[in-house]
Design a protein around this ligand. Structure first.
Ligand SMILES: Nc1ncnc2c1ncn2[C@@H]1O[C@H](COP(=O)(O)OP(=O)(O)OP(=O)(O)O)[C@@H](O)[C@H]1O
Ligand SMILES: [Mg+2]
Length: 287
């Protein structure tokens, strides 16, 4: 691993967190589809660049962010974007509190403010689901300024040196809007593809060390077939989702493999021909 990354890891791992934040340090386990993706993302984090992970559902974007947070043993605060996401859900809100018989106005800090002040990793999921007018508040957080003027309190917040932002998007999905150029421009972008080949095999060995060998064999073959059909445009991208394949494998430890594949993979596809194609491919491997 790059020396710069190692040095930063040592530094960040010396930090301690109170118990409520320790629970926000997730487990790792992301497997890089090529030898450099994980390292390049880590480097961008060390250089304090906001990271954008682009990829289809179940490709490991969240797992990758969690693994970064685990690598540095640093808490990860998450924000899930939707059209209802407003500035309050990002920054926090004012509330009334009673103290010694007096009524006071307090500010409850949201995930962005807390992560900035405490030096956590901020994970913004489905960032292209948010309304275009909500996110510009983050522009100064995401560029070289690393600051924010809280519009509710007037406080100027300077980001802790270990604060980082990782955002994720599924491009072109229903309900998403193309990311605003100025927002996108602030990120270093990475495509996160479904893993395959030996990397996939290792993931199965790790997840199902005592699983049925026949099930693993079928799933690994099916995974490669699905990927090929996706590349040829015969199946929609999510047909090859690693999440669905893992789910199918888990179910198939208890029920017949075809049924597991049907529930976890085929049934999720909208198109009847696609469903049939998945089951045909599965049947070529099931003995
Ligand atoms: N490269 C990978 N290494 C390790 N685990 C992976 C990888 N790809 C997918 N997975 C596993 O597949 C499942 C789905 O991954 P994850 O939730 O990270 O996907 P995602 O890209 O965030 O999907 P979505 O866009 O739907 O949120 C998890 O159980 C995750 O551990
Ligand atoms: Mg995710």
């Amino acid at each position: 691993m790059n020396q710069l990354i190692e040095k930063e890891r040592k530094h960040r791992r010396t930090r301690t967190y109170e118990e409520s934040f320790q629970r926000l340090i997730p487990s790792g386990g992301y497997r890089s589809p090529n030898p450099y993706l994980m390292e390049d993302v880590l480097l961008s984090i060390v250089l304090k660049k906001p990271v954008l992970l682009k990829g289809p559902s179940g490709s490991g974007k969240t797992k990758l962010a969690e693994s970064i947070s685990n690598y540095f043993q640093q808490p990860m605060q998450s924000v899930n974007c939707s059209v209802d996401l407003d500035v309050e859900s990002l920054l926090g809100y004012k509330t009334v509190v009673q103290e010694n018989g007096q009524t006071l106005i307090d500010f409850v800090e949201g995930p962005v403010v807390e992560a900035m002040k405490k030096g956590h990793i901020l994970y913004i999921d489905e960032i292209n689901m948010a309304k275009a007018e909500t996110l510009p508040i983050l522009h100064s957080v995401l560029d070289h300024r690393r600051t924010l003027t809280n519009p509710f309190t007037g406080e100027v917040i300077f980001a802790h040196e270990d604060f980082n932002v990782i955002a994720a998007i599924n491009e072109g999905y229903i309900g998403t809007t193309p990311m605003n150029e100025a927002l996108k421009n602030r990120f270093i972008s990475f495509s996160v593809a479904y893993i395959s080949g030996d990397v996939l095999k290792e993931l199965w060995q790790e997840n199902f060390p005592n699983g049925k060998q026949e099930v693993t064999n079928v799933m690994l073959h099916l995974a490669e077939d699905l990927k090929t059909q996706v590349e040829q445009g015969l199946l929609s991208e999510e047909a090859a989702s690693i999440r669905s394949l893992l789910d199918a494998t888990e179910l198939a430890q208890y029920i017949p493999i075809e049924r597991a594949i049907n529930y976890a993979i085929a049934e999720k596809l909208a198109d009847r021909n696609e469903k049939e194609l998945v089951m045909e491919l599965a049947n070529t491997w099931v003995k």
